[in-house]
Ligand binder design. Sequence first.
Ligand SMILES: [Zn+2]
Length: 868
Amino acid sequence: MKLKVLKSTKLICFVLTLLLFYIPENVQAQKRKKGKKKDQTEIVAQPVKPANKKKKTIAELVKSSKKIEGLFSIYQDTITGAIQMVISDDQLNKEYIYFSQIANGVMDAGRIIRGSYRGSKVFKIEKYFNKIEFITQNTSFYFDPKSALSKSKDANISNGNMASIKIESHDKKKGLYLIKADNLFLAETLSQIKRPNIPGRPPTAFKLGNLNKTKTKIEAIRNYDNNTDLAVEYVYSSPSVLNNGSNAVVDGRNVSIKVFHSLIAMPENDYEARYDDPRVGYFTTKVDDQTSTSATPYRDLVHRWNLKKKDPNAAISEPVEPITWWIENSTPIEWRETIKNGVLQWNVAFEKAGFKNAMVVKIQPDDATWDAGDIRYNVLRWTSSPQPPFGGYGPSFVNPKTGQILGADIMLEYVHFTNRVMYDKLFDPTSLNETFENSNTEEDHAMYCSLGHVMHENILFGNTVLKATDASDLEMKRMKKEAMTSLIMHEIGHTLGLNHNMKASQLFTPEQLADADFIKGKCLAGSVMDYAAINITKDRTKQGQYYDTAVGPYDVWAIQFGYTPFKTKLERTELLEQSTKPELIFGNDADDMRSPGKAIDPRVMVGDLSNDQIRYSIDRFETINTMMRGIKDKFTKSGKSYQELRQAYYILSSQKGSAANVTSRFIGGVYVDRAMAGQHGGKTPYTPVSLEDQKRAMAALSKYVFAPNAFNAPNDLYNYLAMQRRGFNFMTRPEDPKIHEQVLGYQKNVLNHILHYNTLQRITDSQLYGNTYSLSTFMNDLNRAIFKADIYYNVNSFRQNLQLEYTNKLINMLTGKQSSNYTNSAKSMALYNLKNIKTMASNTGNISSRAHKQHLRILIDNALKEIK
Ligand SMILES: [Zn+2]
């Protein structure tokens, strides 16, 4: 220790000596600088005693500024653009809502794109000595004010101090404080804009630079009585970039993201919060009751508009204030009527909740002085983006204290009604399993709507089928119009507070869906909030409606739950008791089975339709197999390239992939019932899928996904699957169609689910409560489906791929990184099947088949050695 002290003393002495040595020169330099400044400005600086310095008044400090009056008055300097903000005494210790949305951005920055909402939060403005603080309030907990515990309601709960800004001037008489507000808006003070780097992202991926404070600027200030809005352009700079991003980014070193910030007065009205029920799907703000002893101490606030009857005693009344939608003036004229009609369909549901004309639609005039960034307007917007992120997106923002929806917009992407194919989406068999790597919260995931993608694929499929069967232009138009109506109804549903109902497509039988007269004018599912498949009739002469043209029974019922002005608790209970009706079943994204291994109820699925999804999928496989035979003739046009033919091939194949996924979810599936105990018509919460249906699904997979000829297209088709050349568009990847890779992709998706450790574990567990398709029988059936047809003979190249993939999966169950997740019984069956494969893979067939079988044997031998 002594030595250390000695050392540091010595060091200090040395530094002091150095400083002394340099001081004269520094002083000289300072003097030189001061002299220079004096010369330039001709101002003689008089030394003033700080005590005598007179504080400038607000009027003096804003002398060269323009005043923009509103909720928080803002002064903007007319020379520098710098802003100052006025806070009044009566605004202190009061709550406000902060909300932001992206005015413009790029997909490259991680889904930071026009119209995306960034959530709302409550903040308070407080004064601390000579500072004004902006403090986010925690709204996640409730304490019953009657409980003594409420005195400790702040314990172990964090608020967030977003900003602490010096008061520049205080007008005591008027009770006003002036602060500099640049840092509040020009930095990421109020909300984080740049997404954090996601671990595991390749180092070569596109990265936003750092916030450039010099280039970041305020674009517009709009001030109203109840909200102060600022549009800010954030510039992220980096001196050099490895990856310049997509074409949407002109210079990867300088990327602009424009954000609308809104500071909103807390609504003062008689809005009554409504609490969530698990049988209906509303977006909610989660609130925990910290003073409750219940097993479910939830006071989750349903998101809904503040609809009040003009005449509270009338059974049906117009609302005091309707929900008004504006069709943005950027909307293609030919679509406006269809869009309006889609919105107004919801009035049917509102009438059942007691409201007439609850929804009103207007068109934004071409010379409007407002734009969609103005939160006072709910706007149906239209974009045609370079990388379309969605077909429709319907965000809304709420008062986090009550759940009241304060505003909403809908973003629509033009691409979904064009033939522009997003190849990466279509080619990638995992495109349905959207990853939410950039989303921050559970709510974000739920709010994200990828219906547009599903619908775009469906429309392309519809186009292909219609073209291949020589449908008229009128028919083609009808299909697109129905698709648009359906998409609008879906997105409007989101803005009314509804989340997805992926279970709703169970409503009709395949026969009813193929009966044009029966389905006319109906919703093809229980709800428009599903991502259902397009209704394509196998018998093309019987084609009826392709999409929903009206809201479904579930939608009507859900609106009744959210908006009926209930007079008694009993009214609400009685309405909820109806949830067991087949047309009202509900399951959302949390339950849906699009990701392999994630959920358990096969009815809660995307891209499916009818109450017999297996049969409907089989129809689809067969329709596509028939189409495949004719597409070369139908899509080859004299004088044109083969681009459209190539698209048709991929579109049809990818639809087979979707049907395969839908079918696979029945294996090891368990139906979930959300009914409460004792509810009339309710079933047990968990009921395993019957043996018959699991076997049926297995047989369909065996025939249409795994069989040696499952993906056979006419061989002479492949020579023509060429993309049209454009400049150097094959520089990064060779242009030839990757047929085997694509087919294996679809097969892998199925295997990923049925051999997922969650699925296998559930097959064993559910044998305790009703499942009669045992693990051993299932795994035996699968083994047979993949080997029996050809293992003793010649094995074609598709099957070689599949057999190797499957064998490797079994090996990974025993020795791979995830092996500890598999149950012992699953591992034993994997081992059993590997030994079986080894026995079957004898030295037979042509050279290629023998080489393949030897490959299998060696893989298995090596794995078995590792197991010892
Ligand atoms: Zn959606």
